[in-house]
Design a protein. Sequence first.
Length: 388
Amino acid sequence: MALKSVIVLEGTNPHFGWNDSGSKPSGFPLNWINGPEKVCKSMSFGGFSGFSACRAIRNVEDGNTSKRGTHLERVIDETKSSFPKPLSVSDLSSTADDGSKVRISFKGYPGSYTEDAAFKAYPKCETVPCNEFEDAFKAVELWLTDKAVLPIENSSSGSIHRNYDLLLRHRLHIVGEVQLAVNFCLLALPGVRSEHLKRVISHPQALSLSDILLSKLGVSRENVDDTAGAAQYVVSNGLRDAGVVASARAAEIYGLNILADGIQDDSDNITRFLVLARDPIIPRTNTQFKTSIVFTLDEGPGVLFKALAVFALRDINLTKIESRPQRKRPLRVVDDSNTGSAKYFDYLFYIDFEASMAEPRAQNALGHLQEFATFLRILGCYPMDTTL
Ligand SMILES: *[C@@H]1O[C@H](CO)[C@@H](O)[C@H](O)[C@H]1NC(C)=O
Ligand SMILES: *[C@@H]1O[C@H](CO)[C@@H](O)[C@H](O)[C@H]1NC(C)=O
Ligand SMILES: *[C@@H]1O[C@H](CO)[C@@H](O)[C@H](O)[C@H]1NC(C)=O
């Protein structure tokens, strides 16, 4: 869980905007990005010094080894949150919330689909690429960025469970959602035609969603962690036999040609992202709001039915329900008179419902749920994204 590094851009290399000084030069970039080494690139983003940012993260990490492996239960028991405050006024001055100076951390390389989601929510934001989802969260907690964007589910493979776990482990608030139709392109170095390709590199999901075209090309497939990372890899190694499945924006950033646009096989290509911040937004009723909660229940007959009824009774639509085993205490042992003792999974339930916390019906529903839920936390109340 240790924070490894924040990847940062400098924009000195005309080709793809990377300053590679100080990084491990060769080898697969995604190994590099996930490698054990702590890599900090220098960074200059609107007066925001990435170098000290990296140092700040390291110090916190080094001084905090005992907090590694924070357990769910401990988090659940925590009643209040406190984030480290900025060290100086100058740190704060670049944190205006007018939409143009918003800094958003995300997991992935520049040009990834998550970065697209950040730009959809905040067209003028500055994005800060991170190695891991965890790093994107920590960047917000340490005031290095204002918000984080993370994918939470997509129509091709459902919920991204790891990210649900992160929502609970950290104390950030959901302040928005973004729905994005993912459009895949086949990219290659300038001058390379599709008949030259022997292999195509991308995220496994992107490869499998583009199966028809890739089968037609008869290329081999290589899995990597990030679509834009694959583009960066092909460019930095000058691979003329390799194509990439990534976004049109990645083509632009890394200087690749688009050989084919919209190569996904079917229409199940919508990804939903959450925008997270240190502070919740004030719920209103002037636009459609959604509220996300997580709770646990005691055993008992029909208790989940009872939990769902608090919403149904008040005509509140649920848009999503998700259950996750509790990591720390996954099994509950109960005495069963027939078979001796039995073990059950203990679950956390995540629910999204269509109502604003400013509405009495939502407040009443949660008040009602609180009467029998053993734990309840509001993850956020935010305007629904109804656009695609
Ligand atoms: C869909 O979700 C899976 C994880 O559940 C993720 O690996 C994949 O990248 C997502 N696909 C898209 C197109 O975002
Ligand atoms: C998903 O992909 C299909 C096939 O390429 C495309 O026709 C459709 O418009 C896409 N869906 C959305 C919502 O963009
Ligand atoms: C619940 O969802 C249905 C279908 O989308 C919609 O017609 C209805 O207005 C919603 N009800 C409320 C109370 O929001």
